[in-house]
Every structure is written in structure tokens, then in C-alpha cells.
Design a protein around this ligand. Structure first.
Ligand SMILES: Nc1nc2c(ncn2[C@@H]2O[C@H](COP(=O)(O)OP(=O)(O)OP(=O)(O)O)[C@@H](O)[C@H]2O)c(=O)[nH]1
Ligand SMILES: [Mg+2]
Length: 258
């Protein structure tokens, strides 16, 4: 390893495909002869589509917290999320035991636990804020209509606002949409005026008006409407994701050319 490693956080609403994308990205890496590790930060997960190199469940168990403190699953999730901060030092030491270029971090299913409570920010700060990037997954089934797309972007913006690290939006599980649907959403990203036109075709309600105004806000700040399209089924977008991350930190230099 010639440089400090890069931390890639996978964040998104429940079931948006975070764990699967992290696993697929790791496979893609390995196939190219590159090295990366995966850190599971979800103490409540029962099964993972990868073998975690570092696993928060070694320190925190949702079931044990429920039993020990007499909490239900939601209360215990919150307690676990807060405990993440207490275990950040151990997690960091464990990560440092691996000499790797990329560290992929799979965050808990409930986005708000990582994004809105203090522990997520604490973790980003203590692992290495300057070498961190966040991959924000837009759920395709929620993002296929203009107002749904806007609401997904708002969550993405809130995440950026909270954690303050470079962020890449990803339209995940693209294989679940038709080609026409993907092309329509991609057009919104490339030419935001088409998104505005499509919002105006929605039923005329107070919500449409709200969507129009939110669109203007997002459009004004630039960048927020952009995303790359991925699929863990077809491997679509893995190269793009890698290239964008490398651009962010290494000016586009390929690790293989080191
Ligand atoms: N068709 C298709 N299914 C996918 C893809 N990625 C994930 N899935 C499926 O979507 C479901 C949720 O995927 P996960 O990777 O567990 O999503 P997650 O965001 O980690 O879920 P939580 O951690 O529970 O919030 C699983 O059934 C996956 O098999 C994809 O690219 N294409
Ligand atoms: Mg998951």
C-alpha cells in the first residue's frame, strides 16, 4: 500500500442494496487483482452477501442488547448505533491490521441510525474524514417517478449535509427497471430541465408544487441531481464507481498502474 487507504461508506434506505453493492464491488476489485476489505457496521444483520473482514457484531450484538437492557428491536438498534462510537477505536485498530487500498463500509439498514445520530459522524471523523467518500444508494423503485426521485435526492442531500464528505449518488438495482425507465431517470440527471418538465406532468396538487420548488433548490446547488447507474446482477456501473472514487482522491490514477 503506497498511500493511506480510502474509506467508502455505502448508505441508503432499508433494502436499497448496500450490502449487495459492497459485495459486488469487492468481487469486481478482486477480479481486477485489486485489494479491498469490507467492514460490516450493521449489528442487527442476520446474514450478509459477503464474508466481513471486520464485523461490528464482534463487539455489539443486537440480540444481546435487547436481552441485557430489556429493549425492543427499535430501541436496541438505537442503543447499538450509539455504542458504535464506543467501539470505533477497536474497529479502527482491526482495519489497520489489513494493509489494503480500499475499505468498504456497509452501514445499517436504517439510514437514520448512521446518518442522524452522532456515532456515524464520529466514525467518519475518527477513521479518516479526509480519505472518506460516501456512496448514496437511490432505490430505483422509489426513484422512478419524478416526485419519488426528488424525495430520494432530499434524503441524499440531508446525508451530505450531516456527514459532509464527498458523496456519489448511485441508482442501484437498475436491472429491476425497464430500459425506458432507466433512460428516463438518466435523462433527468443529464438534463435537469427534463425532470422539471416531468414534474409538471404529475397531478396538480400542493405536493407537485412542493416538488417543483424542491427541484429548483436542488438544481440551484448543482451536482445533487447527478448519479451513476449500477446493478449487482449485471455488474453495470462498477467501473464508473471506481473511476469516480479514484478521481476524487488520486486524480484518476489507476491503482493497477502503481
Ligand atoms: N435485482 C437486483 N436485486 C438486488 C440488487 N442489489 C440487491 N438486490 C436485492 O435487494 C435486496 C436487498 O439487498 P441488500 O443488499 O440486503 O440491501 P441493504 O440496503 O443492505 O438492506 P438492509 O441492510 O437490510 O437495509 C436483496 O434481496 C438483494 O438480493 C441488484 O442490483 N439487482
Ligand atoms: Mg445491508
Amino acid at each position: 500500500m503506497s498511500k493511506e487507504n480510502i474509506f467508502v461508506y455505502f448508505v441508503g434506505t432499508a433494502g436499497s442494496g448496500k450490502s449487495t453493492l459492497a459485495a459486488t464491488f469487492q468481487e469486481w476489485f478482486n477480479r481486477r487483482g485489486l485489494d479491498c476489505i469490507i467492514v460490516n457496521l450493521d449489528p442487527g444483520t442476520e446474514s450478509l452477501p459477503y464474508s466481513a473482514d471486520v464485523d461490528v457484531r464482534d463487539w455489539i450484538s443486537l440480540k444481546e442488547i435487547m436481552k441485557e437492557y430489556g429493549l425492543g428491536p427499535n430501541g436496541a438498534q438505537i442503543a447499538c448505533a450509539d455504542m458504535l462510537a464506543l467501539n470505533t477505536g477497536d474497529i479502527k485498530t482491526s482495519i489497520e491490521g489489513f494493509k489494503t487500498d480500499y475499505v468498504l463500509l456497509d452501514t445499517p439498514g436504517q439510514l437514520e441510525l448512521f446518518v442522524f445520530r452522532e456515532a456515524g459522524k464520529y466514525m467518519v471523523d475518527h477513521l479518516n474524514r479526509k480519505r472518506s467518500v460516501l456512496v448514496y444508494l437511490l432505490d430505483p423503485l422509489l426513484a422512478k417517478e419524478p416526485s419519488g426521485f426528488i424525495s430520494q435526492l432530499l434524503l441524499s442531500v440531508s446525508t451530505h449535509f450531516r456527514l459532509g464528505v464527498p458523496q456519489i449518488n448511485v441508482l442501484s438495482k437498475a436491472d429491476l427497471l425497464t430500459r425506458e425507465q432507466v433512460e428516463r431517470i438518466e435523462k433527468w440527471s443529464k438534463d435537469s430541465s427534463t425532470l422539471y418538465e416531468d414534474i409538471q406532468k404529475e397531478e396538480a396538487t400542493i405536493y407537485r408544487e412542493l416538488s417543483e420548488n424542491l427541484f429548483k433548490l436542488l438544481d440551484e446547488f448543482g451536482g445533487y441531481i447527478h448519479f451513476i447507474t449500477t446493478s449487482s446482477e449485471t455488474l453495470l456501473g462498477m467501473e464508473d464507481l471506481y473511476t469516480i472514487i479514484q478521481m476524487e482522491f488520486e486524480g484518476g490514477e489507476d491503482l493497477l498502474s502503481d
